[in-house]
Write a protein that binds this ligand. Sequence first.
Ligand code: FAD
Length: 644
Amino acid sequence: MTQVERRQWDVVIVGAGGAGLRAAIEAREQGLRTAIICKSLFGKAHTVMAEGGIAASMGNVNEGDNWQVHFRDTMRGGKFLNHWRMAELHAKEAPDRVWELETWGALFDRTKDGRISQRNFGGHEYPRLAHVGDRTGLELIRTLQQKIVSLQQEDFKETGDHESHLKVFQECTVTRVLKDGDRVSGVFCYERETGRFFVVEAPSVVLATGGIGKSFKVTSNSWEYTGDGHALALLAGASLINMEFVQFHPTGMVWPPSVKGILVTESVRGDGGVLRNSDGKRFMFDYVPDVFKEKYAESEEEADGWYEDPAKHRRPPELLPRDEVARAINSEVKAGRGTPHGGVFLDVSTRMSADVIKRRLPSMHHQFKELADVDITAQPMEVGPTCHYVMGGVDVDPDTGEALGVPGLFAAGEVSGGMHGSNRLGGNSLSDLLVFGRRAGLYAARHAESFAAGERPLVADAEIDRAAAEALRPFTPEEVAEGGTPENPYTIHQQLQQSMNDLVGIIRRDEEMARALESLAELRERARHAGVEGHRQFNPGWHLAIDLRNMLLVSECVARAALNRTESRGGHTRDDYPAMDREWRRANLVCTLTDPDATSGAGAGAAGQISLRRREMPPIRADLLELFEKEELIKYLTDEELTA
Ligand code: FAD
């Protein structure tokens, strides 16, 4: 029997980005003892890297804005595949969540009359993103951490222990959600520094682990984003939806190679940056799709006028939703009109003075100067698409965030699915984290409270043994016993990233995705034989070997769902099915684990580990449909839906 320390809490939150911290604050404010576990240092999460801002229809810069307009923009951006209830809750509650941050000490940039300033972003009809220069995520995380410290100080006054009701376990990785029958009973984790295992027992577990970008070669994501929460949910018996929709942000750095993929914030375009090809042409005017034609400018003059007088002009096409801009850039480069390093030019220097650029975009100025020796106040940037965000995630109840079919398991933030449909609008993630983080924390607390003393789900020793054996396997792969050479986890990871990039990337084709599935089957087999040397004390090779299980599971979901969906929509573009098909609008592709007892795909072969089924979404509520013109709905809904 594996001896591990067991700790008892009411609610455990996996992940300390915006969603995790907001959930933790809520659970603690409900009076529940709450533990936060995070893979990296506390405060180092993707949320901290968010640059542009938080979308909330406060109407500070344009009074025409309200939740209904935000709801409409979000549904349009997601090409009507969003779970409409989540989009509704998000649009209604986002302003309160931003105000709340301000009361907790966040210092947003101001308008001239002293209100929270809001900036333009792609797909948002009005200036809507509350921001702090281009470092909004940093301020968001700082504020949430400060709130946590203040709650810990209150607890100290009551109990004499700062960590009696809210404790952070940093640099610890969760490898399994544990269950007692159908119910969640806790999590199995290891400390990254010492390799020591421990178990946190709790009847409610909130997954807030962020994205999956590290399965792709060119990505804006950092090392932690190996799809852990997505995989943990699958392994615990939950489903994932919308996994075919991966957002390729149009503007990542393309040069030098060491920084390829690092994000260039959309604020650059929101604040006036224009995209040009190698002929100097402002090419986005050629790429406005029919569904957006009425809302976007047709000439440079009209587009430029919008910055001064948005009431009298239509928006520049550089501010189309991200999927449209990413595809356009891809086409320009493929047509031979790219920059020397395979991107296009993004220029802000001709539109704003150097002082304004340095004030509004300080991180971008610094990033290009330091990493590429480019001064963006005088020169254009070279940019191209980069894997940025996954719209797909855990299939949750829209109101509570509870994973369907797994009582006690909750998900919030990027790891949950449904909210953004086929394409997320910029700024809608930070607001999503706050709205649904709070909700998940609240309902996780209620779930934990529902158990009478002594009736909580239990963690069995056998489950701990199984989780420990799985985590230790890379130290003793079969090859070592047989005198052979084990597989190198780094090589497998590189080949996985290359396959996903080349075969399930921004433009997809039937035969390439089929090849990706074959490649994943082979990599899965090799991953079973991945081995590492050394000890459990800080051993990055071992950590990667563990993470491979998650990346392979998630990548299979992406490839299988993408192969199945025979249309193009949002973050899923097929060369062989280039049009959006109204018959697919209500379809969710639901991924589940074929054999929940298999730990690493052993024996899964080419058939894979993932089963896929198609499910229809509930019809959009009539009062929400009434927010749209019928002419617009015709573009998305089937005749049957329209008649109904
Ligand atoms: P994250 O902030 O990603 O946090 C995940 C947490 O989970 C981390 O603490 C991590 O350590 C932990 N974790 C992961 N796996 C495990 C495990 N196995 N065990 C324990 N802990 C684990 N969105 C916007 O709305 N506006 C923007 O301006 C914007 N800019 C962005 C800029 C960049 C460069 C990037 C990468 C993203 C940006 N986004 C933006 C997207 C947005 O930042 C993310 O979608 C969002 O922050 C995700 O938040 P989260 O709370 O879901 O997870």
